[in-house]
Write a protein that binds this ligand. Structure first.
Ligand code: SAH
Length: 358
């Protein structure tokens, strides 16, 4: 019997209202105001459920800070720039980025820091990490005031809810979560759709084929694209995911660094889906932005000078040299985060973001 606090709530919800989509399931599991994963759990670090790139090494945030300062220069050093992080976690990335750019003349004076974060508990940690930078918090990116923009979203899009669709009885149907005969959460399928679920038609997919869409993610990419196009600026979307459309079921639950059954212990394990970078790029282009990449995280960081930064840090602290080498490898090796993680940049016209092909 599954006694996770959210389980009974979901069972009651489904018993009363019928099966729910994977998107609603993800939204409840991650964001339920009382029992949601990001509300109640400490996901990050060795004692948590997963480790993100900025938590692996300070080099990640430092290089992204330098990337931002370079964009600011390309924009003509505007006297105010909105520096926005979406889903800042513990605030580690932004704190490393700002420390690394202390010496850039005029940059800190121009930075107006905005954080888009839904978890009150994480907002407290971000406030502690970013003391002195007077951030403004928002529930949604749409609340950020207009102005030249720099933005970064690391491992945010993978947490945004996806819908799943499956081919059954010769037609596309939504994959839903209902209750089995014992009243436990179980997958089921909904009525036939009118057309195909994704933008690219996929009429001949064989039975059992699964496609995912992330309407909240594509809407956000479009909004970010429109903002940079209209206000000038650039930003980075970093996440694990795929560059070409056409993947299957990518939703996974992770607890204590191990994968976990998606429908077990809702709210006790992280739930995420691979990011469809082709769809995000299309949406940002629809919004009016120039889209760069995606390139792999390994390529991106090496082009920004990760190896040189690692060598400099190791020379300054020889006793930590092997730790620094391990962290650099973890961020860039194909067998680790280097290849599955990808980086997409959005920009206004006339900006050549570092780390991407010209
Ligand atoms: N960027 C951080 C944290 C990644 S975890 C890092 O790399 O370490 C995902 C982050 O996004 C958390 O801070 C979580 O609370 C936040 N988050 C999740 N869903 C969100 C949403 N819909 N809007 C804004 N923030 C969200």
């Amino acid at each position: 019997m599954n006694e996770a606090p959210l389980n009974r709530y979901l069972q009651r919800l489904i018993a009363t209202h019928g099966p729910i989509s994977m998107a609603q399931y993800m939204a409840e599991v991650l964001g339920h105001p009382e029992h949601g994963y990001y509300i109640t759990r400490e996901p990050f670090g060795p004692d948590g459920d997963f480790v993100t790139a900025p938590e692996v090494s300070q080099m990640f945030g430092e290089l992204i800070g330098a990337w931002c300062a370079d964009i600011w220069r390309q924009m003509g050093t505007p006297s105010t720039v909105r520096m926005v992080e979406l889903g800042p976690g513990r605030g580690t990335l932004m704190s490393d980025a700002l420390r690394a750019t202390k010496g850039v003349p005029g940059f800190h004076e121009a930075v107006d820091l905005h954080l888009v974060e839904t978890s009150a508990r994480l907002r407290d940690l971000q406030a502690a990490a970013l003391q002195g930078f007077a951030p403004t918090w928002h529930d949604q990116f749409s609340e950020v005031p207009p102005g030249p923009l720099l933005f970064i979203a690391n491992e945010l899009f993978d947490a945004l809810p996806v819908h799943q669709f499956v081919v059954a009885d010769g037609t596309w149907r939504e994959r839903l979560i209902g209750l089995n005969d014992d009243g436990e959460l179980a997958f089921t399928i909904g009525p036939a759709l009118d057309g195909t679920p994704t933008r690219s038609p996929d009429p001949v997919a064989p039975a059992g084929t699964i496609r995912e869409t992330c309407p909240i993610g594509t809407a956000l990419a479009r909004e970010l694209g429109a903002f940079v196009a209209e206000q000038t600026g650039a930003g980075l979307i970093v996440d694990y995911g795929y560059s070409a459309p056409g993947f299957g079921d990518t939703v996974q639950a992770v607890q204590g660094h191990e994968t976990h059954a998606v429908l077990s212990d809702p709210g006790m394990a992280d739930l995420c889906a691979h990011v469809n970078f082709a769809a995000l790029g299309d949406a940002a282009r629809d919004g009016g932005a120039f889209v760069h990449g995606p390139v792999t995280q390994g390529e991106f960081l090496n082009r920004l000078g990760l190896r040189e930064r690692a060598a400099a840090l190791a020379a300054a602290a020889p006793s930590e040299a092997s730790e620094i080498r391990t962290a650099a490898a973890r961020l860039t090796d194909k067998s680790q985060m280097g290849s599955l993680f990808k980086v997409l940049a959005l920009s206004s016209a006339g900006i050549a973001p570092a780390g991407f092909d010209a």
